[in-house]
Design a protein around this ligand. Structure first.
Ligand SMILES: [Zn+2]
Ligand SMILES: [Zn+2]
Length: 285
């Protein structure tokens, strides 16, 4: 077992003690991380490839390296992976799994369409500021799990791209609020005290992390300080939620002290699901 996986599983065990409410989800995440590693080990020919010559131009034009919404790829293997992720939930949470198995078995459920539409290649045009906000309670954990599995299904393949091209992407000075590797919008990020409070956004779809201005909304580009704010929960000073009152979107942020090592953002995302609920209740989405 790779050292990073071992470390992540240890973090999960620690979080189960401090956040017992999330035990089931954290157990599921541990299973996912193990399956993800198996996938990575068994990868022979990666699905995605990047033409080195095009990288600079793409980055300059604000185009992610991989165009999932626009290009055709053979997604057979990620789809199989998706169904093996579903099997985890069936094993871990049989009662809950039954509910979303109905969703998945419904003939209207099309994994590939959902994958493609989950990408937002041109956020500025598709941004609808007053789009319907989910009522609280609607945001339940079953739905989260399907989202989680959908997102995870491409992670091993995209992670390879992120690892291979991350360094050149970093040099390009990418300024967008969506991921330079795959185009997905971030849900969580971090602020590092050790780097003068620089804010980084994290992409769950590919595992890439990129620097993004602190006083700027990743979703609508708003830079007006008076309409950007954040909130935190008492006793949980490690986390905050950055909100934009212009587009009513939010992003969760982990505040890392100077001495902190890298944290596993998959684990942090699950351990902060209550912040998502709070943000929804406050009318952010
Ligand atoms: Zn990404
Ligand atoms: Zn905004």
């Amino acid at each position: 077992m790779a050292a990073t996986l071992r470390k992540s599983l240890k973090t999960i065990e620690d979080y189960k003690v401090t956040n017992p409410h999330y035990t089931d989800l954290l157990d599921i995440l541990a299973d996912i991380l193990i399956l993800r590693e198996d996938y990575r080990k068994s990868m022979t020919s990666p699905i995605f490839s990047v033409d080195d010559k095009l990288i600079a131009g793409k980055m300059e034009g604000g185009l992610p390296l991989i165009d999932l919404a626009g290009q055709k790829y053979d997604l057979t293997r990620p789809k199989e992976y998706f169904y093996s992720l579903i099997a985890i939930a069936e094993k871990r949470l049989p009662a809950e799994a039954r509910k979303f198995l109905d969703v998945i078995k419904d003939e209207q459920f099309d994994w590939e369409t959902i994958i493609r539409t989950s990408f937002n290649p041109n956020p500025s045009e598709e941004e609808i500021p007053d789009k319907e906000v989910k009522a609280s309670g609607e945001h339940d954990e079953q739905l989260d799990l399907i989202d989680l599995f959908i997102e995870e299904s491409l992670r091993p393949e995209l992670e390879v791209v992120a690892e291979q091209y991350g360094a050149s992407v970093e040099k390009s000075g990418w300024m967008e609020g969506y991921c330079p590797i795959c185009g997905k919008e971030p849900k969580i990020g971090e602020i590092r005290e050790s780097e003068d409070g620089r804010r980084y956004l994290f992409c769950h779809q590919c595992g890439y992390k990129w620097h993004f201005r602190r006083i700027k909304c990743p979703f609508c580009g708003n830079e007006e300080q008076h309409s950007l704010a954040y909130f935190a929960v008492e006793g949980e000073e490690r986390y905050r939620v950055d909100v934009c009152n212009k587009c009513r979107r939010y992003i969760k942020i982990v505040e890392l002290p100077k001495s902190s090592e890298d944290v596993n953002m998959d684990v942090e995302d699950i351990a902060t699901l209550h912040l998502d609920v709070l943000a929804y209740e406050e009318g952010y989405n």
